[in-house]
Write a protein that binds this ligand. Structure first.
Ligand SMILES: Cc1cc2nc3c(=O)[nH]c(=O)nc-3n(C[C@H](O)[C@H](O)[C@H](O)COP(=O)(O)O)c2cc1C
Ligand code: SF4
Length: 494
């Protein structure tokens, strides 16, 4: 992953933790309305893909175990990982693209409700993504995949040569020569792997996205409602289809690209379709970027406009992230696909402990605060959720106190210690296991390996393993879920 050149190393802040009484009186542990429902506290576990599903995209026993563990910590809300709205093979990514998924998803909701004693609300993140392929082997690409045309013959000054002759010549070129003969797109396909964009409107399936996506999202949301979720989070962030429509790099000329108003049109149409397909009490919100952190991408001005549009349209919450784009992703190895969290934009999405003068904690606070302030100045009361480097009570409480956000998201901190919420609420903050922001978990995500935290495998926990049934990852080396908090075992209702 890209790291700031300053290379300053940070440690998590080991803070003053509140007493049980102080926690009870805090903003963080006070309820808040989100649409028609109330969260028992202003804490939120943002979506995190743990690669626990199967090739069918089903809710497996491992998926249930993963979310049960988070629910034991009783955060205000859990957002289930990015879940595919199309019923197409997507590796072990959860899917909601057909009614047959409702049964498994119902079990998932029931599991979280039971494990949290009904304290945690459950949302599911709905995602659409475009085709991306692995970086091909050079030889194979030039031999089989490259569509040799007259343009190549002209570039090589080989008029009248056969396709086979042109191909053979191309195969003999070095990289510098090849780059002058291939188009920019062909060069990208070879050196990064083929990747569709929302601007590839010469392809029917891409041209038709505005006609197809509202129904696909609406059907997925209806299934989520049937499965008993409290609501859905429309994934309008990072490197995926809806974020690409919002992006300043979207220059479609069919009314869905170009100006910011045209770029927000499809996300609004998707939202309205989802609203019409579900009950008015069903919570519908979205996650989008305060900044794409890319030269050609959208910035804070766009985000201010989009937030105002989403809130005015009636969304129940706005959750914010930043960066996480393909545009600046590192070149993958042959046989691997590009990963949108390897460049600077990826760093801004999941900052690691090696950072710059600002540091990895709260890089999205100021942009979210500005957006929230703008909404409030227009009498729009939509709750705003911020995340990024949050791990202490004081950080979170001061953000709420200053009115910079309404709800605080803890992603990697909840992964490192899912009991953070119960520990802090109960006056046991000194027992919190703090995330180191090492991004070991994110490295596993990149390889589509079962995501775990490096802190779960500490040697000093080994003695306790005798008492627990420890389930290990496929490679047999790592605990699959966080160790239990011993106090939680001895007195779970405390
Ligand atoms: C393993 C892993 C998987 C993630 N998957 C998703 C996802 O499915 N959808 C999403 O919007 N963000 C995803 N994220 C980003 C987090 O939701 C969050 O925005 C980011 O980690 C920054 O917050 P943090 O500093 O509290 O971890 C993922 C992060 C990690 C570490
Ligand atoms: S592996 Fe654990 S400690 Fe490292 S960033 Fe992920 S959650 Fe935090």
């Amino acid at each position: 992953m890209w790291k700031p050149p300053e290379r300053i190393k940070y440690k998590p802040i080991d803070d003053l933790w509140p007493s049980r009484e102080d926690a009870a009186a805090s903003r963080l542990f006070s309820p808040i309305s989100v649409g028609s429902i109330t969260l028992s506290q202003r804490t939120w576990v943002p979506a995190m893909v743990p690669w626990r599903s199967n090739e069918e995209g089903e809710v497996t026993a491992d998926v249930l175990d993963w979310y049960r563990r988070f629910a034991v910590g009783r955060p205000g809300a859990i957002v289930i990982e990015a879940t595919g709205i199309r019923d197409v093979p997507s590796g072990p990514l959860l899917r909601i693209g057909d009614d047959r998924y409702i049964e498994g998803l119902t079990k998932l909701v029931d599991t979280i409700r039971a494990a949290s004693g009904g304290q945690t609300k459950v949302f599911i993140q709905l995602i659409d993504f475009l085709t991306i392929r692995k970086r091909p082997d050079r030889q194979k690409y030039l031999e089989r995949f490259l569509d040799v045309t007259d343009r190549h013959a002209q570039a090589l000054d080989m008029p009248g040569a056969s396709t086979a002759e042109v191909r053979e010549t191309i195969q003999g070129l070095n990289d510098d020569q090849l780059q002058t003969v291939l188009s920019a797109k062909e060069w990208e396909d070879l050196s990064f792997g083929y990747r569709q964009r929302v601007t590839d409107t010469q392809l029917d399936e891409i041209a038709q996205l505005p006609q197809r996506l509202p129904t696909l999202f609406a059907d997925a949301a209806r299934r989520a409602e049937q499965a008993g979720f409290d609501g859905v989070e429309l994934h309008y962030a990072h490197a995926y289809t809806m974020a690409s429509f919002l992006s300043a790099s979207n220059v479609r000329d069919d009314g869905y690209g170009g100006s910011a108003s045209a770029r927000v049109r499809l996300p609004l149409e998707v939202y309205r379709a989802v609203r019409s397909a579900t009950d008015r009490d069903f919570v519908v919100g979205c996650r989008f970027l305060t900044d794409e952190i890319c030269a050609a991408g959208s910035g804070l001005d766009d985000a201010l406009f989009f937030a105002e549009q989403f809130a005015s349209a009636g969304m129940d919450f706005l959750s914010f992230s930043r960066g996480g784009k393909f545009d600046d992703a590192k070149q993958p190895k042959v046989g691997w696909a590009a990963y949108p969290y390897t460049g600077q934009s990826g760093y801004e999405c999941m900052p690691s402990f090696i950072s710059d003068d600002f540091g990895p904690f709260g890089r999205n606070v100021d942009p979210v605060a500005l957006i929230r302030q703008r909404l409030r100045s227009e009498s729009l009361q939509t709750p705003c959720i911020m995340a990024g480097g949050m791990h202490t009570f004081c950080q979170a409480e001061s953000i709420l106190e200053r009115g910079q956000a309404d709800i605080v998201g803890f992603a990697r901190q909840a992964l490192a210690d899912p009991d953070w919420f119960e520990k802090v609420r109960g006056g046991f903050g000194d027992q919190v296991i703090l995330c180191r922001y090492s991004n070991y978990c994110e490295g596993l995500d990149q390889k589509h390996k079962q995501v775990t935290c490096e802190l779960w495998d500490r040697k000093e926990l080994d003695a306790d393993e005798q008492a627990e049934q420890v389930v290990m990852s496929h490679d047999g080396k790592r605990r699959l879920i966080a160790p239990l908090w011993k106090r939680a075992i001895s007195n779970p209702s405390d």
